[in-house]
Design a protein around this ligand. Sequence first.
Ligand code: SF4
Length: 302
Amino acid sequence: MRYKPFSYQERYGLRLQRLALYGGFTCPNRDGTVGLGGCTFCDNRAFHPSYTHGNSITQQIEDGMVFHAQRGRKADGYLAYFQAFSNTYAPLEVLRARYEEALSHPSVRGIVIGTRPDCIDDAKLDYLSKLKQQGSIVEVEYGIESVYDATLERVNRGHTFACTKDAIVKTFERGIPVGGHIIIGLPGETREKILEEASVLNGLPISCLKIHQLQILKGTAVEAEFKERPADFLRLDPDQYIDLLADFLERLRPDIAIGRIVSSVPPSFTGAPWGLLKQEVLLKRLENHLEERNSFQGIHLK
Ligand code: SF4
């Protein structure tokens, strides 16, 4: 492969299937702690699997296993993936109850926690590190979104990039694998800025990166902003996106595994759809594009 794909099989020697769960959390830029309204691009409803609605963690796991089995996905075990909202945004006792309910399920081998960098602290990280030492798989994924403070402010994140860096370093120092998530095409970011972002990310101890294009979802604040100031947005069709992604990966450390390169929500959520583009299809196009260039991830770092 000309880029490094993320693989649980490679990391743990097991075929692990993630089960997306709703842990009942919110975000500090939604509830008024650091802001209101959430990130301008966010509509979490678009990402909830149907089986998570209103059920206990145990029930969601059971339903999620059925959901994946019905689609013919075989697994040696499951990872409870706390995905929606900020899954460390609660007192430690609450986190402990949610995570340990998931870990007590006999088919669950570990937890993957998606969260914001300003929703973690030493006590929570020490607890996660202890869970890992006790034999559970524990991974944390931080929403980085952008390395530029001006962008973070514009999308109403409510934290800086320095905060992101600090959280990632502290998590890594405890031996917990850290992933990051970024969005390509946030308002005010040019092609050059996006490519420079790769060098900044290279300085972070992340082992996995999820990337996706900005999707302008109906009813979000970013949709209104796009209508008002379209010139501030880098709008890319799938071919242009793959081309930019190839440039980006050429500048990215080759050991950072790529977990995702596209986000596709149901068409009812988006006003300017690419259609429901499948991850596997775009990954194949990316691989072909890198091959045409006779290039690979990290080539410009040599
Ligand atoms: S922190 Fe995440 S879940 Fe919360 S508003 Fe922002 S993107 Fe949405």
